[in-house]
Design a protein around this ligand. Sequence first.
Ligand SMILES: [Zn+2]
Length: 142
Amino acid sequence: MNPRNRRQEITRVFDGRTHQVALCRGYRDGLPVFGWNEAPATLLTRSQLRAAGLRPNGQDPLALLIFRHRKPYARETVAELFSVELAAPKRTAAPGQMDHAMEARRTCCVCSCVQDYCVPTSTRECWTCFDDEQADRIEAAA
Ligand SMILES: [Zn+2]
């Protein structure tokens, strides 16, 4: 498809807070259709919402994202687009809980220091404590 010959229509999408005016490729099932990178920034696919720690929260899709993969065998992919404004934090991990869980994963069980990396789940120790322990073991063995 030649991008310059692309048929485009002006559409309005209410994202839950504001009316977004955008160019769409037409309509399918009554929903405006956007190409890759053409949808308003406040509309995200299910997987993009998930990546942002959100879920659609029972809302109906506001638009469709239709794209093809670069590979010639790839079929057309249709993804529903949801409003970020109407989305809710994931039930399992709200942003605050997420921080808490991440902090727990970065906390050493020996020195209780919060590291800037996740400590290994096998030892739950930071690398400093782990090294010290290894050094002790080697000394004990010597
Ligand atoms: Zn430590």
